[in-house]
Design a protein around this ligand. Structure first.
Ligand code: FNR
Length: 382
């Protein structure tokens, strides 16, 4: 068993949330091999311990384009966050802003863009899926610009939804889903009161604003399912590249050739990611995919990585494997579900402490000191 603050928050979230929501967060595709390997491959990364290097003036801040980050961590886009905590997107964004890092809002958030941005004193990042309804894409991008968003995260590893069998078992989908969700909600009264009753509207805020009518979980499955676009190619992204003036990041890269294509396309960054093991089971863990991608494009484009990061030590490991910064998904969502804004802030503070310990004991005084030199030699190419 891997012990970290996020493990504790995971167990607390399991107790608090109705099972259909806990398993929606916690689960992955098919038999969840990639989901498990994301965590286990990362924890297998061995670092060189270095001593007596006067580590008193350690700094962990960094910069991605115009965004100054107090540490190289960004909150990943996580759909339906407002179902895990009351107005969850607002709470997560506030915790990130308080910590001095960026929050990425998902296309399929409960709170709309306009509800979150006035609550924070730094620009939010926004994530967009490639959807058949280009009218929606244009509408939501215009609104993001109007709300001061500078950085766009374009998620490309979801031309089809991954098959997540846990959802059918848990009541998220499958037979009698609505009845089962209702029963699970009333038997989890802390969640039912805090989020179920007082966290309304449970809309897909960004979609509702566009469609001009309320939406809900059925629309999440229905509207989104009908809107995945399998015909998408790099060419379809060109209009966005022309339209979007700020940094554009391609999320969901797992292969060095795709990373090179992202450079050719003119992207500003990539996120090495398998969507937290939620798409194709059996693909490489991010920790295994990252070194070859860094060999191919490091320096040409900013490299972010996610999938499997559960602690500040894992952040240092991902950076040693070649990332410039990381995104965290489940780790912050478990904390959000357990204790809202305060939980996320506490988790981020623990991440910082863990990063400082790891850097002190590997002799890395700044983020730019973290490189493959920190890896035990046999680990340099996982
Ligand atoms: C996600 N992820 C995701 N990604 C995205 O681009 N848009 C989205 O709406 C969502 N929604 C979402 C919901 C939930 C419940 C999870 C757990 C994940 C993927 C997310 O951004 C990120 O890539 C992974 O969560 C990273 O893996 P870890 O940190 O969760 O292991």
């Amino acid at each position: 068993m891997i012990i970290s603050a996020s493990t504790d928050y995971r167990e607390a979230a399991r107790r608090r949330l109705p099972p259909f929501l806990f398993h929606y967060i916690d689960g992955g595709a098919y038999a969840e091999h990639t989901l498990r390997r994301n965590v286990s491959d990362l924890s297998d990364v061995e670092l060189r311990q270095r001593v007596l290097k006067n580590m008193s003036d350690l700094s962990i801040n960094t910069q991605l384009w115009d965004d100054k980050l107090s540490m190289p961590v960004v909150l990943a886009p996580v759909g339906l966050s407002g179902m895990y905590a009351r107005r969850g997107e607002v709470q997560a964004a506030r915790a990130a802003a308080e910590k001095g890092i960026s929050y990425t809002m998902s296309t399929v958030s409960v709170c709309p863009i306009e509800e979150v941005t006035p609550e924070i004193d730094r620009p939010m990042w926004f994530q967009l899926y490639v959807l058949k309804d280009r009218g929606f894409m244009k509408n939501v991008l215009d609104r993001a610009v109007a709300a001061g968003v500078k950085t766009l995260v374009f998620t490309v590893d979801m031309p089809v939804p991954g098959a997540r069998y846990r959802d059918a078992h848990s009541g998220m989908s499958g037979p009698n889903a609505e009845l089962r969700r209702y029963w699970q909600s009333v038997t989890h009264p802390r969640w039912a009161f805090d989020v179920g009753l007082n966290g309304k509207p449970h809309d897909l805020g960004n979609v509702s604003k566009y469609l001009g009518k309320p939406t809900g979980l059925a629309d999440y499955i229905g509207w989104l399912g009908a809107n995945f676009d399998q015909s998408i190619s790099w060419k379809d992204l060109e209009w966005i590249r022309e339209f979007w003036k700020g940094p554009m990041i391609i999320k969901g890269i797992l292969d060095p050739d795709d990373a090179k294509d992202a450079v050719t396309f003119g992207a500003d960054g990539i996120v090495v990611s398998n969507h937290g093991g939620r798409q194709l089971d059996g693909v490489l863990s991010s920790a295994r995919a990252l070194p070859a991608i860094a060999d191919a494009v490091k320096g040409d484009i900013k490299i972010l990585a996610d999938s499997g990061i559960r602690s500040g030590l894992d952040v240092v490991r991902m950076l040693a494997l070649g990332a410039d910064a990381v995104m965290i998904g489940r780790a912050f969502v478990y904390a959000l579900a357990t204790a809202g804004e305060e939980g996320v802030l506490n988790l981020l503070n623990l991440f910082e402490k863990e990063m400082r310990v790891a850097m002190t004991l590997t002799g890395a005084k700044s983020i730019s000191d973290i490189s493959s030199d920190l890896l035990v030699k046999a680990m340099r190419q996982l």
